[in-house]
Design a protein around this ligand. Sequence first.
Ligand SMILES: *Cc1c(COP(=O)(O)O)cnc(C)c1O
Length: 360
Amino acid sequence: MISLGDLPLRADLVGEEPYGAPQLDVPVVLNVNENPYPPSPAVRQEMAAAVVAAAGTLNRYPDREARALRQDLAEYLGHGLTADRIWAANGSNEIMSHLLTAFGGPGRKVLTFTPTYSMYPEYARNTCTQYVTVERRADYTLDAGLVLDAIAEHRPTVVLITTPNNPTGTTVPLEVFDEVCAATDAIVVADEAYQEFSSGPSALELLDRHPRLVVSRTLSKAFALAGGRVGYLAAAPAIVDACRIVRLPYHLSAQTQAVARVALAHADEMLARVRELAAEARSFEEWARSHGYGVIESEANFSLIGRFPDRHQVWQRLLDRGILVRETGPAGFLRVSAGTPEEMATLKDALTDLNPERLP
Ligand SMILES: *Cc1c(COP(=O)(O)O)cnc(C)c1O
């Protein structure tokens, strides 16, 4: 059998491993910030019916502009947005790939602020965009001065700012986006994958003022549709046009568009657990704090607790009890997604039993 080393793999991909969080079949899965509540039986039925209807035309290519879905997304977001200012793709990871393919590429840089989402370097690598990072402040927040200094130093064409940030859960105030966008020609992307969980305002409010601002969203987290693979952005029509140039033709399947439209038609129901999940995360953080753990201030549906002298050992011991959390974030911390009350109780019991060593 031929091996990878014998193939003419791109030089910059040699030695790379496929990346991703472990997918393990255990009772308590709290590692990838999914919504623990599946769509209701009624919504499932409607999704199945929509797929049956779509199957009636599966001999034809799907609408490559996904017009109806983009219209639904515009209505969901509000803020006076229209379908020509929305783009949709297979998860926001494909949205980011479109943006970096269009606005990054060889000889160009994308700037992020670490610690941040572990997938960004992959999108940069795949699109041959140089990935540059600057550390956030000690409390994992950002201010406009820090961002603008980094832009002046590195001259990126794309700046990715995640709010609430993954893995820290910290948010970036709108004033920071406002000041940064006013002072740069770079495309500034606000990755708002967790915005629905946060109490703060959305960068959508700034879109009319800043034509190079992009707000990226997803149905994977709050919307409980990670398996459906739908992400989207809101921006100026010209930015959508750039994405339309680089997308693969017919990138969003007919089934995907049909299922997403049913989810959006039931937005209230799909999002019903959002406040509850945010509250679950905040209450877990309070519990952790009162039990001597360090906790990072989060506005998302996940919490970071630590600091463990050996976080891998704690991760493994939790896994041995059927609880999967994520080894990510600042050294010594573990990230825990908000689960059901039962799942969180199981986690707290396990931590109480294990009583892992914590650094001050
Ligand atoms: C989970 C996540 C996404 C969503 O990715 P999808 O491809 O839409 O599932 C995007 N950005 C961040 C920071 C995330 O944590």
